[in-house]
Design a binder for this molecule. Structure first.
Ligand SMILES: [Zn+2]
Ligand SMILES: [Zn+2]
Length: 276
């Protein structure tokens, strides 16, 4: 979803992930839901590509090594929230796979922010991010920075992202994308662990900060129309058919971008992790 404020000004702007995204919670209702979806498969309204192929904005500073050969990830958290180590490990793997940073990727779990400093509205969140961002070593010496803020909640979302061009407009010196992880929405549901959900949200929001999804040939409202993609959004028949059993039995949630999204990010469609 693109919020009205920034929509259309800069490609790859404010993006979000609804709280109910792929919440395939096994419950006594799911059997009925599966039957209903099976019966209704022909009439479900699925996300469809919204236009012809078009070149999309991509954050080359984070993706490539030309401008910045290192990446610093600063994580600040509101008291009461805490990154799950397994989610961070999985997300680190994704960072190494999707970015070309021969100088290395450094993740710093930094400040704890007093709970009363967090106000869950868009302007206050960005203001707080500017105030608490303190790790600027890589930024000062030619590296790229990704800022991640863990907080309890923000509307109904599980995650949210502001791409670098939006944050630069907010404060010229900030020069980083901001990802918000809303941990109150990421509780384990049976064996679909909170860590898996958190890794899935981190990857999805990171994708928004890279520029996904602005190519209308596989995108709608900033999200990918391929249901197996980490940038897919929403719960519908396609997701249910693809993910119902894998999610139910293995806790699988997508943490990878599809071929169409890879084509938006890399000229040859090949992410750096596959080149090595
Ligand atoms: Zn999203
Ligand atoms: Zn995709």
């Amino acid at each position: 979803m693109i919020l009205g404020l920034e929509a259309g000004r800069v490609q790859g702007t404010e993006r979000c992930i609804p709280a109910n995204l792929r919440r395939m919670a096994p419950s006594r209702h799911l059997g009925l839901l599966a039957v209903a979806l099976f019966l209704c498969a022909g009439c479900a309204s699925l996300p469809r590509p919204s236009g012809p192929e078009a070149p999309a904005w991509r954050d080359e500073r984070v993706l490539d090594s030309t401008d910045a050969d290192r990446l610093l990830v600063e994580i600040d958290r509101v008291a009461g929230t805490e990154p799950r180590p397994r989610a961070l490990r999985l997300f680190m793997e994704r960072l190494r796979f999707y970015t070309d940073k021969p100088g290395g990727i450094e993740v710093v779990v930094d400040d704890v922010i007093a709970a009363d400093r967090y106000e869950p509205d868009s302007i206050s969140i960005r203001r707080l991010a500017r105030r608490v961002r303190s790790q600027r070593r890589a930024g000062q010496s030619g590296g790229a920075t990704l800022h991640i803020l863990y907080a309890p909640e923000y509307l109904r979302y599980r995650g949210y992202a502001w791409a670098r061009p939006v944050m630069v407009k907010t404060a010229a010196g900030y020069d980083a994308a901001l990802v918000l992880v809303l941990q109150d929405r990421l509780r384990s549901i049976l064996w679909i662990t909170g860590a898996r959900q958190e890794a899935s949200v981190l990857t999805h929001e990171f994708g928004h900060t890279l520029g996904l999804v602005n190519d209308p040939s596989h995108g709608m409202n900033g999200h990918c129309t391929n249901a197996w993609c980490s940038m897919y959004d929403g719960v519908d028949a396609a997701t249910a058919f693809l993910y119902f059993f894998p999610t139910l039995f293995t806790g699988y949630l997508p943490v990878s971008f599809c071929g169409d999204c890879l084509a938006d990010l890399y000229p040859d469609r090949v992410p750096p992790g596959r080149r090595r």
